[in-house]
Design a protein around this ligand. Structure first.
Ligand code: G3P
Length: 239
């Protein structure tokens, strides 16, 4: 069966282990051309390790990185606005037309209400875009799981951007989230993030039931992007 890229007519790297999603946020370290450089480093790791890596760049750089690389690109946010008169918003149809394969939704730095999330997930499904909905705690994950996005990323906001990871600080949250998704009948798969800094953080998360990782600052702020992405991505090889 064709994946969303093939259906979109885009021949990009897919079907890797993971996903390992790198959110570039709006960090100065990846502004402009530097976002292309980090995406190309991730692409090399993706190819060398055969691990599925997705990049989520600043919205304004999405189409440029799609053009310059062959790695899968997802938006950082989607707005529930229509094609046509919706100046300044990011709509799913334009993400798809630009070669993006999906989007983060409801990141704790860009939260939206549950009714809006529901409509966005539905619209993305109809466009065969990958939906990755963030949840800040188990209660939110339970509510979001009813919408059956492709992935739910559990991320405690207080650990984001720190060197304290969800894996070491809140392992039970990963375990309980994985258990809930497995037993509730939803098709959504678990990703986790917040403070993922080390290979051990990745290993613990995967061992506790997450199938993917969402990480930002430890990678973007690293002085060797290839090595940092590689040391985290290689943990997917033994899971
Ligand atoms: O979207 C990823 C995220 O919020 C985690 O950020 O810097 O803790 O890896 P960070």
């Amino acid at each position: 069966m064709k994946n969303s890229n093939e259906l979109a007519g885009i021949n990009r790297m897919t079907d890797r282990n993971g996903p390992f999603i790198i959110n570039l946020k709006n960090y100065g370290e990846i502004s402009g051309e530097k976002a292309v450089i980090i995406a190309k480093e991730a692409e090399k790791v993706c190819r060398n390790l055969d691990v599925r890596i997705l990049i989520s760049p600043p919205q304004v750089l999405l189409a440029w990185i799609v053009k310059k690389t062959r790695i899968e690109i997802v938006a950082q946010h989607i707005d529930l606005k229509q094609i046509g008169p919706s100046t300044g918003f990011t709509i799913p149809e334009m993400v798809k037309a630009s070669g993006g394969v999906g989007s983060l939704i409801n990141h704790s730095e860009h939260p939206i209400d549950i009714d809006t999330i529901a409509k966005i997930v539905e619209r993305m499904r109809s466009l065969q875009l990958i939906s990755i909905v963030c949840a800040k705690n188990l209660d939110e994950l339970k509510v979001v799981s009813n919408l059956e996005p492709d992935f739910i990323a559990i991320e405690p906001p207080e650990l984001i951007g720190t060197n304290r990871s969800i894996s070491t600080e809140k392992p039970s949250l990963i375990k309980e989230s994985a258990y809930y998704l497995e037993t509730s009948g939803t098709k959504s798969k678990l990703i986790c993030g917040a403070g993922i800094n080390t290979p051990k953080d990745v290993r613990i998360a995967l061992d506790l039931g997450a199938i993917g990782i969402l990480a930002a600052s430890s990678i973007v702020k690293s002085d060797n992007w290839y090595n940092k992405i590689h040391e985290l991505a290689i943990e997917f090889k033994d899971s």
